[in-house]
Design a protein around this ligand. Sequence first.
Ligand code: OGA
Ligand code: NI
Length: 357
Amino acid sequence: MEETNKSLLDDSFTSAMTLTDSGVPQVPDRYVLPPSQRPALGSSTSTRETTLPVIDLSLLHQPLLRSRAIHEINMACKEFGFFQVTNHGIPSSVVKDALDAATQFFDLPVDEKMLLVSANVHKPVRYGTSMNHSTDRVHYWRDFIKHYSHPLPKWINMWPSNPPCYKDKVGKYAVATHVLHKQLIEAISESLGLEKNYLQEETEEGSQVMAVNCYPACPEPELALGMPPHSDFGSLTILLQSSQGLQIMDRSKNWVCVPYIEGALIVQLGDQVEVMSNGIYKSVIHRVTVNKDVKRLSFASLHSLPLHKKVSPAPELLGGNNAPAYGEFSFNDFLDYISSNDFLQQRFIDTLKKTRS
Ligand code: OGA
Ligand code: NI
């Protein structure tokens, strides 16, 4: 057994699923958040009625209507860094199969899942719990399997061999989300007034990490979270959720619940788009709440520019009064940052912001 597996086991790794299945009546102390960070379920801030944008992506393929969709994307990205999409082209059977494979994976015996456990964020395939089990001060009610997914033939052999359908079903979903993400990157570039193919090469060669998350029913959802507030490091994230639980922070710093819309997918801007747009668009801060009754699954397809490619503000958006507001960074820089810093204390993107002299 390799080092990381061993030290995690010695540390008595306990998944959220194990706790739920054992019927604990309360969350263990390590999951209890300080009062100021608790989710305030049911309070006016978490349930306030803000209408979040839903965009019909079929418009992108209709020459007379494309500009309307681009305008809607521009408004959604400026206001929230977030939108949901319908008619996105991924068949519902592909989505259903992926959720089915994930359910079967998390239902496997603990020993089987532990074959893939690792606390090393540079590992291409890893199973874990919370954010980083070995370093988290407060734990989060979440288990996950994360794997590199593009180009698929390079990574798929390292994916779970159990359940036997996993590679095929999740592989089909990964390929479909990669196609969708290319269309979205084009539309987002266009919405900034850049060439549609501004990031074409980076998008072809970029990375895709699929984070498959499982949030089991939690006995005390008012004290814990499934994931802490964060923004995603990449260019954009395409998120599939099996039920409600995601919250995003709006411009007034209120938490807004993201409604579950059957068949829709969620698009979230990441830090790379914030930097590329020189702050015209902001990455969305989001968190995950848990609930007493149902297990929630999600697939976060995290798209990013190539590992070592530096992202910087688009020159076309600079000049005149617009000086670059951010330093450049690569996905690899981000991984190094989260390996050696507590990203809850300071967001990575804030370390890139230039102070005006
Ligand atoms: C993530 C994430 C949200 C969710 O994996 O980065 O924010 O609903 N997931 O699981
Ligand atoms: Ni996220």
